[in-house]
Each structure stands twice: as C-alpha cells, then as structure tokens.
Design a protein around this ligand. Structure first.
Ligand code: GLP
Length: 244
C-alpha cells in the first residue's frame, strides 16, 4: 500500500494495532505484539499514545516482544532500544512492566545462547505473535537479520553489517561507537507472526524496497523472505515506492 505521507500511513497502522488490542480485550485475551525500533515506527507509537490518552485505549491486555537490541548495550544508554521503547511508548501507556520484553544487551557472553533460547520460548509461551511491526534496513534486514540469515533462524546474536553500523553512526556520534553485535529475533520467529506490517519511508529505502518486493526470495535480502508469509502488508510512502 502506497500512501502520500508517512504520517498518515502511520496513523492507519496504529489504528489496525488498536483494533486488534480492542478485539482481544472484548474476548478477554492477551494481544501479543512484536515491536520494532528505528525512526520508521516513531509516528505509529505517537498515535498509539494519543489513542491511549484521548480515546481510552488500554494496554492492560498487551504483551510485547521487541525484535532486537544492540550487544553489548546498557539499558540506560540513550542509544539502547530499551531506552527508545520506554521513551516513545511504554512510559506513556498502561502496559504492565512484566508484559514488556526487550532483548537484554547486558547479558553475559556465556549466558547469551541460553538467553536467546529462553526469549524464543517466552514468545511461544505467550501464544506466538498476533502482530509484528517491522521496519527495514538498507541491507534488507528485518530486526537485525542481516544478509545471510537463514529462513528458519531463531532469536540469536548476530554480527552487524558495515552499512547497518554506518547508518547508525550519527546516533552514536561515530561508527567506532556503534556496537558490532546485536541480539535479534530470527526470520523464523518473525515468520510465525499471524500478521505482519512492514513500513518504509523515504528515498533512501527505495532500492531495498524494490529488491524486497520485486526481486527473488534470497538470503541476500532477508526481508524478501516475507514474500512467503500469507498475511503481510508492505506500507510505503511515495518516495520509498519510487523504484517500483
Ligand atoms: C535498525 C533496526 C531495524 C530497523 C532499521 C531501520 O537496524 N534494528 O529494526 O528496521 O534500523 O531503521 P529506520 O526505521 O530508522 O530506517
């Protein structure tokens, strides 16, 4: 779906999430959301906060799992995804803190493998993801699943691509400060979500959007695996769609 403006597109995405939360509330069920960071989802979170404050949307039945986190990374660090999510969403809504899950960038190297296995188990124990929100990196990554990621990959630690680190460099005041690794849900984890919405805004994403949608399914462009998902919508603004 191509929208004129990313702001309007973000409102439509937030409305879909809000409807799902309310539908689950009516059935007295939890709503399990997979959430993304980066600049792309900021307006979606802004609208969800507005719906909470002005239209009584409650997050009391919401369980969230974030896609990824830099590794190593302190939670208090302003560049952490932990900080980002609290700043843009969790501090402003009535979600229970025990229902918020973000990969922990402070876990020790020796416990990391087991930690990733447990993260995956927690998603499954919650009943799986009802909805997964995604952005896309210029390498074609979703979460931090860089080129080469396997279709069946699960939550794990990964080495970041140079392009991904250089795109993150301004926020870290130099590429040398960007962590070399991250923890990410896998492609297999994401693909099990019942519904996926992926967003891309702006000219800089136009090439990777074309490869993802019109190219073949390849591990070189991990987002292209989404072509195999049966309930995914790619939401674009006109600039991101200009190569299609
Ligand atoms: C990071 C995140 C991704 C995100 C991507 C794009 O790499 N790990 O989940 O999709 O950035 O970020 P932006 O939305 O800022 O373009």
């Amino acid at each position: 779906v191509i929208f004129k403006s990313s702001d309007y597109a973000s409102i439509i995405i937030a409305q879909e999430i809000a409807s799902l939360i309310k539908e689950k509330q009516a059935k007295q069920e939890y709503c399990v959301l997979g959430l993304a960071t980066g600049s792309s989802p900021i307006k979606v979170y802004e609208e969800l906060v507005r719906l909470h404050k002005e239209e009584n949307l409650s997050f009391s039945n919401v369980i969230t799992f974030n896609l990824d986190e830099y590794y190593p990374m302190k939670k208090s660090n302003v560049q952490s995804y932990h900080y980002f999510m609290h700043e843009h969403l969790f501090n402003h809504v009535d979600i229970l803190s025990e229902n918020v899950h973000i990969p922990d960038g402070t876990i020790s190297q020796e416990n990391l493998h087991q930690y990733c296995i447990d993260y995956e188990l927690k998603i499954n124990a919650a009943g799986g993801l009802d909805f997964q929100l995604l952005g896309i990196g210029r390498t074609g990554h979703i979460g931090f699943n860089e080129p080469g990621s396997h279709y069946n990959s699960v939550t794990r630690s990964i080495t970041l691509d140079h392009l991904t680190r250089s795109d993150a460099a301004p926020a870290f005041f130099g590429i040398e400060n960007v962590p070399k690794k991250a923890i990410t849900m896998g492609i297999g984890t994401i693909q099990k979500a019942k519904r996926i919405v992926i967003m891309a805004w702006g000219h800089k994403k136009a090439d990777v959007v074309k490869e993802t949608i019109e190219g073949g399914v390849t591990s070189e462009v991990p987002a292209s695996y989404l072509q195999h998902h049966n309930n995914v919508t790619f939401v674009l603004d006109q600039e991101a769609a200009e190569q299609l």
